[in-house]
Write a protein that binds this ligand. Structure first.
Ligand code: PLP
Length: 428
């Protein structure tokens, strides 16, 4: 695109293209990004912004990564895609091997999905089908906690926080599941008491509990203690309810461990992964499960799992995922994430002096500044861009989750942009 047709393509976009959670009438402007490399997004006018979002948790190695480019090129010269019904291919097998190796021991079966939301749909289907084929078809509801986010499709939406999401809009259509209060970071016994009451009262109609372990992402960027998760696991065992962990955001090192559930030393029955799976290159997700669930689903001979996306296990996506995992494991990701956490903590701390800031919290490569009121995006978004950074706040939250390869000086630019805009908001 040349500069001369700048106005033209941006106005075409504004008139015809839907962006996430947006209106088509007078939408806020979208930034024209024409290239990306390392931690930089390059705008059409040549400006480069430091990326603080990793394209929503996914671009953990940054952009335009030689090893990942190469994986795509090589695979595209062999086969970009082939259907997965009745066919298999080396890219899927290679990736599945790695996923089974990396995740907890009992997770032995992999279902490849084409997005995180779909992997959650598949997880829910697995759980419900498991109980149908094992003769307990009454167990078909789900229990979760408030402030969760599990995706935008109907099954996933039904377990996403009812106030933060579209429940009111789709009231008659979303399944009615059970919601315990959101867990806290303090080891608050009241949290688990409410959860315990729900699971013990409803276990005979519950197929599964679904949770984001340790970090609740889009539903509020909240962290909670591993002990809560341990208690959930033992309550699920006691009441014969499956545990689905949604690690779509937290997986692949973001919280400091490869998977967040490791911090609680527990194992889920069903695990959803996505986002950083391909290093942000392509859409791909997976649902993993145990022998118990997989054999249960298949038990009565006709128990096929009723799902099969057209682009299931797309070879390009699988190849780049394998390359991304290898790149991650070959890198000093643990010390990088630990250093990012430390720096976020010290450099975002000054925000707490502002009256507008409720709390600053950091975990792994995630830094969150929670404000007392929603931000004015029409003012804030362009202001952050002026500061040379790409940060995308939502609601009362300004948060950072940069690529792991970010250098300390680059991270300082992100944090100082946040401190600066909060000072300006204070002065307003
Ligand atoms: C993003 C996300 C999803 C949905 O993934 P998509 O690829 O956007 O469909 C589900 N669960 C969690 C925790 C997520 O962060």
């Amino acid at each position: 695109m040349s500069n001369t047709d700048h106005a033209d393509w941006l106005s075409f976009d504004a008139e015809h293209i839907w962006h996430p959670y947006n209106t088509v009438i007078d939408p806020l402007p979208n930034l024209p990004v024409v290239a990306a490399e390392g931690v930089y997004l390059q705008l059409e006018d040549g400006r480069r912004l430091i990326d603080g979002m990793s394209s929503w948790w996914s671009a953990i190695h940054g952009y335009n990564v030689p090893q990942l480019n190469q994986a795509i090129i090589e695979q595209s010269q062999k086969m970009a895609h082939v259907m997965f019904g009745g066919i298999t291919h080396p890219s899927a097998v290679e990736l599945a091997r790695r996923l089974i190796d990396l995740t907890a021991e009992p997770l032995h079966h992999v279902f490849f999905a084409d997005s995180g939301s779909v992997s959650v749909e598949v997880a829910i289907k697995m759980a419900i089908q498991y109980w149908i084929t094992t003769g307990k078809g009454r167990k078909r509801r789900l229990l979760t906690v408030r402030n969760g986010y599990h995706g935008d499709t109907f099954g996933a939406m039904a377990v996403t926080d009812p106030d933060n999401s579209m429940h009111s809009l789709f009231k008659e259509i979303v399944a009615e599941h059970l919601f315990a209060p959101a867990p806290n970071c303090q080891n608050d016994q009241a949290d688990i008491t409410a959860f315990e009451r729900l699971i013990s009262n409803h276990h005979d109609e519950l197929a599964a509990v679904i949770l984001e372990p340790i970090v609740q992402g889009a539903g509020g960027m909240r962290f909670y203690c591993p002990d809560y998760l341990r208690q959930v696991r033992s309550l699920c065992d006691r009441h014969d309810v499956l545990l689905i962990l949604d690690e779509i955001a937290t997986g692949f090192g973001r919280t400091g461990t490869l998977f967040a559930y490791e911090q609680a030393d527990i194992v889920p029955d069903i695990l959803c992964i996505g986002k950083a799976l391909t290093g942000g290159y392509m859409t791909l997700a997976a649902t993993l499960t145990t022998n118990r669930v997989a054999y249960g689903v298949s038990a009565d001979g006709q128990g096929v799992l009723m799902h099969g996306p057209t682009f299931m296990a797309n070879p390009l996506a699988c190849s780049v995922a394998t390359a991304s995992i290898d790149l991650l494991l070959d890198s000093p990701w643990q010390s990088r994430v630990a250093a990012i956490e430390k720096q976020l903590q010290s450099e975002l701390a000054p925000c707490e002096q502002s009256e507008l800031v409720k709390k600053v919290r950091c975990l792994g490569a995630i830094g969150v500044v929670e404000l007392t009121q929603p931000v004015d995006m029409a003012w804030l978004q362009p202001r952050l861009v002026e500061e040379g950074v790409w940060i995308r706040p939502f609601g009362r939250l300004i948060y950072l989750m940069p690529p792991y390869i970010i250098e300390p000086e680059q991270l300082s630019q992100l944090t100082s942009a946040v401190v600066t805009v909060i000072c300006e908001m204070d002065a307003q």
